[in-house]
Ligand binder design. Structure first.
Ligand SMILES: Cc1cc2nc3c(=O)[nH]c(=O)nc-3n(C[C@H](O)[C@H](O)[C@H](O)COP(=O)(O)OP(=O)(O)OC[C@H]3O[C@@H](n4cnc5c(N)ncnc54)[C@H](O)[C@@H]3O)c2cc1C
Length: 306
């Protein structure tokens, strides 16, 4: 289902993000967990893509496998850094032929080597334009072509000089044809509300989906710092973690409680959607639904008070 139709049919969306497992055995393990995720009735699920195409086949294969699970609506991420336009077109053609309805369009992180980066695309706006050119050619089986989501950064992207430029660039991505924004994870909802307000003031009208990642371990905190460079940990969250005995179970409980409170508050503040960074584990997301007292996303959507 195209992103635009999802927002017509649902008051708000609930989605889960996976990364492509490194081996066939791990892929089977993730697929074995899929009934747990599917039982929560996500609006869509997404699969990340290694910048430069490093996970091209694994992302593709996982998305195709997920397409066989009823009602999970898989959305591949696609980063454009280090790709040329014919490569991007070939990837889009494959996804269109497989009947996928949406793409999460990203630039990706620049490679860290000192070699100059050769890339046809300098930013995600240029990728959104390329997807729209593809859509206009009518190769996609659906008349509307691919729906497109792009990334937003409530705390700012580490490479962007200031928040004014940030909004200009985000507006350019949306004006190029994005249907929705999915945000980087954040731990303080005020950052999200402030970002949402600034988007509205800048004339950005598409739905803004909040990215939530429950902390599950001390190792997880380090991983988050690597994945989402610049994410701030609010002092009360750090104090709560500091009070634990640092055991996995204690940290997991604190992380789950914090993320659940974030979700409850977002629902009370008319969020357009919540995107859970699952790290390929179902427990944390399931715990949040359980603690919110709902069986699945439909119940969660109905509980939002819109
Ligand atoms: C929800 C989400 C999912 C993600 N999934 C993945 C994934 O699957 N794989 C992966 O490798 N990474 C992923 N990332 C990380 C992302 O690729 C990095 O943060 C990357 O550095 C920026 O990508 P972007 O699409 O936001 O880039 P852009 O929006 O292109 O921004 C990148 C930089 O370019 C600047 N810029 C943007 N537009 C312009 C312009 N018109 N002119 C000049 N400068 C401009 C911006 O200010 C920013 O500093 C994800 C991030 C999020 C929030």
């Amino acid at each position: 289902m195209h992103f635009r139709d999802m927002f017509v049919q649902n008051d708000r969306t609930f989605s889960f993000e996976f990364f492509p497992p490194r081996s066939p055995a791990l892929a089977d393990e993730l697929m074995a967990m899929m009934p747990d995720f599917a039982a929560l009735r996500p609006t869509f699920v997404s699969v990340t893509y290694g910048a430069g195409g490093s996970t091209r086949e694994r992302t593709h294969d996982m998305v195709i496998r997920l397409g066989q699970v009823e009602d999970v609506n898989p959305v591949p991420h696609l980063t454009c850094v280090c790709h040329d336009e014919p490569e991007i077109e070939a990837i889009l053609s494959r996804y269109a032929a497989a009947g996928l309805s949406n793409i999460m369009a990203l630039r990706g992180d620049m490679p860290t080597s000192s070699e100059p980066v050769r890339t046809a695309f300098r930013n995600a706006t240029e990728l959104v334009h390329a997807i729209q050119r593809f859509n206009q050619r009518g190769e996609h089986p659906h008349r509307q072509g691919f729906g497109i989501a792009v990334a937003g950064y409530p705390e700012g992207h580490p490479e962007t000089a200031n928040r004014l430029l940030e909004m200009d660039f985000l507006k350019a991505k949306v004006d190029a044809g994005a249907d929705a924004i999915i945000t980087q994870l954040f731990f303080d909802n005020h950052d999200f509300y402030d970002f949402r307000e600034r988007c509205r003031l800048a004339g950005i009208r598409v739905p803004i989906i909040a990215g939530i990642m429950p902390i599950t371990s001390i190792r997880g905190i380090r991983r988050i710092a690597e994945l989402a460079a610049g994410s701030r940990y609010p002092a009360p969250l750090l104090r709560a973690i500091g009070r634990t005995d640092a055991s996995e179970e204690a940290v997991r409980r604190v992380g789950s409680h914090w993320a659940t409170e974030q979700c409850r508050d977002l629902l009370d503040h008319e969020v357009d959607g919540i995107h859970f960074y699952t790290l390929n584990r179902s427990t944390a997301t399931r715990d949040i639904y359980l603690t919110l007292g709902v069986r699945d996303s439909r119940a969660l959507s109905a509980s939002g008070g819109r």
